[in-house]
Design a protein. Structure first.
Length: 180
């Protein structure tokens, strides 16, 4: 893999300075919206991030709960978010550290029992019960693997999705029901 062609330090310097000058404006609100899908099709949805409204994420119910299996399920999207964040973070940290990556592989897997989603028993969990993220990296010129270890440690520390999942965050969910 070639050395990074992006100067991460130069790109981030004005952003970091802006946050130092005005820390109150550092918090970003990320948002996505769904509900634009065909309501007659209960197993397919479209979700779009507000930051890029022309980008559409297609998702649907998993085959294990009656979906068609023709698009990723929401669990796949969650795992993809972790894999994408882990890889992006690792690549950016490597570029920032001046580390040339020879190989990089990120895989994520999760345990999920669909019986909980199918309401087949009160004691069955609804949701993913375990996630395992595996990252393999080969660094050029690092025979003792010291730089690779520092890289992986930093990438783990600064991966937003990994840290969010590991720490857990409060999730507020509201529902509004209107009748016609």
């Amino acid at each position: 893999m070639p050395a990074s062609n992006v100067d991460i330090r130069a790109r981030q310097a004005p952003i970091r300075q802006r946050y130092l000058d005005d820390p109150d404006n550092a918090v970003e609100v990320l948002s996505v919206h769904g509900g634009a899908s065909d309501l007659a099709d209960p197993v397919h949805v479209v979700v779009s991030p507000d930051s890029m409204p022309d980008v559409l994420f297609l998702s649907g119910a998993h085959r294990a709960v009656g979906g068609d299996g023709d698009v990723p399920c929401s669990g796949d999207l969650l795992l993809a978010a972790l894999a994408a964040c882990q890889e992006t973070t690792l690549r950016m940290v490597a570029a920032n550290m001046g580390i040339d990556l020879e190989e990089l592989e990120v895989s994520v897997e999760a345990d999920w029992d669909p019986r909980g989603t199918l309401a087949m028993g009160r004691d069955l969990p609804v949701g993913i019960t375990a996630i395992r993220a595996h990252t393999r990296v080969v660094v050029r010129g690092d025979e003792r693997e010291e730089r690779a270890r520092r890289l992986l440690h930093s990438a783990e520390r600064y991966c937003v999705i990994l840290q969010t999942l590991q720490a857990g965050v409060p999730v507020e969910s509201t529902f509004a029901l209107e009748s016609l």
